[in-house]
Design a protein around this ligand. Structure first.
Ligand code: FES
Length: 104
């Protein structure tokens, strides 16, 4: 059985306000609420040394704080130049009102 990692309480993630989660032995993660649905991606932009949680969420899109690149939060697809490499996404489960991912 795959073990789960608890990232943060669901209630801490407001629509449009991504939350950074920094846990030992995991890459920096970003947790999003898009219209009530929760998503998790790597927090580091694939273009440079920026945390996506320092950027701006517009619906299902996260805009990097540097250079104006952006990603689709649900799929990780790069949506705006200069981002070209998708950001990694993680399947989410909700356990006891916590946002969880499988132990990578
Ligand atoms: Fe994110 Fe350049 S570091 S767009």
């Amino acid at each position: 059985m795959t073990s789960k990692v608890r990232l943060c309480p669901v209630a801490d993630v407001k629509d449009g306000e991504p939350v950074g989660v920094f846990l030992e032995q995991l890459p920096a993660l970003a947790v999003y609420n898009v219209d009530g649905d929760i998503f998790v991606t790597d927090n580091m932009c694939t273009h440079g040394n920026a945390m996506l949680t320092d950027g701006y969420q517009d619906g299902g899109i996260i805009e990097c704080p540097f250079h104006g690149g952006s990603f689709d939060i649900a799929t990780g697809a790069a949506k705006a130049f200069p981002c070209q490499v998708p950001v990694k996404t993680y399947p989410v489960t909700i356990d006891d009102e916590w946002v969880c991912i499988d132990q990578p």
